[in-house]
Ligand binder design. Structure first.
Ligand code: NAD
Length: 322
């Protein structure tokens, strides 16, 4: 039986990945500071522990494991990573985890390691025009991410690639672009735009208003969780290392995105654009490289994915149920 270890298995993407790997017949070990919040983990073994501690990492990563997924990070949405208030923790905590994991992966002769980097590594100056952002993989350098979160991801990409160069670690790196779907943070301050907008729209009274950070003309693209898992498992099982973008090319402004969700919710609400952390002006995945090398592209349209996502948030939100 093939074995997989998922670090960050109590988080949004990690908990879905555990389910996917179990369905594929893997024996799966998960680790996180916490259990998943919205459903029971399907992992065969789950370690609640702090991966900043190398003894915990040594206990979690099994010898010769077939697939190791490193998703654990101190992260959140714009309200968490773009305000500057959590910079030291974000950099220290996530870097410490990656320093431990890269070293132990070599010690334990892991067969393949997947690392989740982020679109936040791309230089700010290539993302000033909301209509024409540049996020092709080769444009990452000269580097100038707009957040410390992005700098830590870039450092850790280089850390893993150094372990590949010097110790033969079989590394695969993806730069995720805004992954969304059921069972992610939606109301605890770590939620990202898709969940935050769904919650605001679900909570608003009919003909009421919602607040949106920034002028709403900033653009993004969003990828549904099932597509993210398809690309992730395809990459770790390939002979490529990346980094590759894993995202959608369906770019939309945040105000238009809110209107799409209102359509799904069958509500007409006013949009109040207010001052708030908003990140770069424009960002969209560029999938040319991953399409060419791995023959992958997303299946879900934004509308199809958001219908599933909105329904989940609306049922979480008790106010909507009464
Ligand atoms: P998440 O916050 O839901 O999951 C991360 C998990 O890591 C959490 O459950 C958290 O408890 C755990 N963790 C943090 N510090 C830890 C520690 N010291 N020891 C053990 N566990 C610890 O986030 P997610 O959305 O599932 O993202 C997974 C990965 O993908 C992260 O590395 C994130 O940076 C990256 N990523 C996600 C997105 C996205 O849109 N969701 C975009 C780009 C990159």
């Amino acid at each position: 039986m093939k074995t997989a270890v998922v670090l960050g298995a109590g988080g949004f993407i990690g908990s879905h990945l555990v389910k996917r790997l179990k369905n594929e017949g893997f024996w799966v070990k998960g680790a996180d500071l916490k259990y998943p919040e919205y459903s029971k983990s399907e992992a065969d073994e789950f370690v609640v522990g702090d991966l900043r501690d190398i003894t915990v990492v040594r206990n979690v990563i099994t010898d010769n494991c077939d697939e190791l997924y490193q998703l654990a990070a101190d992260m959140g949405g714009a309200g968490y990573i773009f305000t500057g208030e959590h910079d030291a923790d974000v950099m220290h905590n996530s870097a410490q985890i990656n320093i431990n994991v890269s070293k132990v992966a070599v010690e334990k002769k892991v067969k393949a390691l997947f690392y989740s980097s982020s679109a936040c590594i791309y230089p700010e100056h290539n993302q000033t025009d909301p209509e024409n952002p540049t996020c092709a993989e080769h444009t990452a350098y000269p580097a100038q991410p707009d957040s410390e979160y992005g700098w830590e991801k870039l450092f850790s990409e280089r850390l893993y690639l150094s372990y590949k160069r010097n110790y033969g670690l079989n590394v695969k790196i993806a730069r995720y672009h805004n992954i969304y779907g059921p069972e992610g943070a939606w109301n605890n301050g770590k939620e990202k735009a898709p969940a935050a907008l769904c919650r605001k729209i679900a909570e608003a009274p009919e003909n009421g208003a919602i607040e949106i950070w920034g002028d709403g003309k900033q653009t993004r693209s969003f990828l549904f969780i099932d597509d993210c898992l398809d690309a992730t498992t395809r990459l770790i099982r390939s002979d490529k290392s990346g980094p590759y973008n894993i995202g959608s090319e369906e770019m939309i402004s945040i105000n238009e995105y809110a209107k799409l969700i209102m359509q799904i919710a069958k509500k007409t609400l006013e949009i109040n654009n207010i001052k708030g952390p908003e990140g770069v002006r424009g960002r969209c995945s560029d999938n040319k490289l991953i399409e060419k090398d791995l023959n992958w592209k997303p299946h879900f349209t934004l509308k199809a994915g958001m219908e599933i996502h909105y329904k989940w948030i609306a049922t979480q939100n008790k106010k909507v149920l009464v």
